[in-house]
Design a protein. Structure first.
Length: 400
């Protein structure tokens, strides 16, 4: 048998993978499964990105790219930070990676010693603690309560900081809750960070353009420019431009960190696909109204979904302020028995029963470190969302 490294053996299997596998099985058996499990925009990539990728290939731009990213893309990213975030970046503070995910990997690989702590406010996107653990880090979870609209309190962050803290991760707009940090939240957090000069901050802003009710995303770096030598911004074209498969993410951070991350990437994947980089330049410089159309669509869907969920007895639902998920609470349904006779011991059992009995795939809150909740992705058509909510409603009615 093959020896698998212990750093992998101790990694938990994310519930997302189990749910997706079960949904596929049911579909193969002929069931009409609606999947609200994936964080994948249901829009086409911008045509100008596709054109640009095609033209770059035709023009012979098919050799190895520089590891930090192609000049044209780095320049487009600098323009993007100026335009969207009021941040002035120089090229030595920018790098391009294979998705936002590789930015996170590069950063943790470049900085974590075995046993270093990474503060992760829960609910969190699964990959932060998993990547940290894979690289010898120790995730330290802090809770963001529903009563606080799922925002971390500065004093809770402060209490979690130890001499071993290497990073804190701030992902706002948040996956899975859609929470956004306001200026006062950022100022309070910046105050805590000023007293903890050994802590780096990872700001994952990949959902920055998907904000609702007139809210705007604010970057910690623009609120606290004095922390520039400790803030790493993670971003990418996946969510705002519906370009998940292009695998283009980017980072803005302190020079020494960026060069260490470039060194990591140079030994793992090298530079990002040239065609995808050319397409990303066109997307970033392209027609901003495309983002606005998607943003409005997600906002309308959010309104429908949250209204239906709130009407279900036993379900609570905070209004997401951004991103494209709903995160309903199911605390008062836990311990019940489903129509199919299953005991709903926790949100995993609930999500499994919902999938098997009502054929709706969701992700249980435990995957995001915060239970008992479900994450529903609104990256689906109105018809699918309506039908899914109807099924959830009938499923809940049968719980005894
Ligand atoms: N950050 C967050 C919060 C995400 O939800 C995701 C994707 O689900 C990513 C980063 C990764 O994005 P990419 O596809 O660019 O790797």
């Amino acid at each position: 048998t093959v020896h698998i490294a212990s750093r992998l053996a101790t990694l938990p299997q994310p519930a997302t993978i189990a749910m997706a596998a079960r949904a596929r099985e049911l579909r193969a058996e002929g069931a009409d499964v609606i999947s609200l499990a994936l964080g994948q925009p249901d829009f086409p990539s911008p045509p100008e990105a596709i054109e640009a990728a095609y033209h770059s290939a035709q023009a012979g731009d098919t050799g190895y790219p520089p590891i930090p990213g192609q000049k044209a893309l780095i320049e487009a990213i600098i323009r993007k930070f100026r335009r969207d975030n009021a941040i002035e970046a120089t090229s030595d503070r920018i790098m391009v990676a294979n998705g936002g995910k590789q930015v996170i990997f590069n950063a943790f690989m470049a900085t974590l010693e075995i046993g270093d702590e990474v503060i992760v406010p829960a609910p969190y996107w699964v990959s932060y603690p998993l990547i940290a653990r894979m690289l010898g880090g120790v995730p330290v979870e802090i809770s963001c309560a529903e009563e606080d609209r799922f925002r971390p309190r500065a004093e809770v962050i402060k209490a979690a900081i130890t001499p071993k803290t290497r990073w804190i991760v701030l992902n706002f707009p948040n996956n899975p809750t859609g929470a956004i940090l306001e200026k006062e939240d950022l100022e309070a957090i910046a105050g805590v960070l000023r007293e903890a000069p050994h802590v780096l901050v990872m700001c994952d802003e990949i959902y920055e353009h998907l904000t609702f009710d007139g809210r705007r995303h604010l970057s910690l770096l623009s609120v606290a420019p004095d922390l520039a030598d400790r803030i790493l911004i993670v971003n990418g074209v996946a969510k705002a431009y519906a370009m998940t498969g292009w695998r283009v993410g980017f980072a803005c951070g302190p020079k020494t960190l960026i060069s260490a991350m470039v060194a990591v990437q140079g030994n793992v994947t090298s530079g990002v696909c040239t065609l995808a980089q050319a397409g990303s330049v066109a997307a970033l410089d392209g027609d901003f109204s495309r983002i606005e159309v998607m943003r409005q669509t997600y906002e309308t869907r959010r309104n429908r979904v949250v209204a239906v969920l709130r009407a279900i007895a036993g379900v609570t639902c905070e209004m997401p302020e951004g991103a494209f998920y709903a995160y309903p609470g199911i605390a008062s349904l836990i311990g019940g028995v489903s129509g199919g006779g299953r005991v709903l011991t926790d949100d995993v059992a609930f999500a499994e029963a919902l999938l098997d009995e009502a054929h709706v795939a969701t992700v249980p809150g435990s995957a995001f470190g915060y239970s008992p909740y479900l994450r529903l992705s609104c990256a689906a058509s109105d018809a699918q969302l309506d039908e899914a909510c109807e099924r959830i409603s009938r499923f809940v009615e049968k719980i005894r």
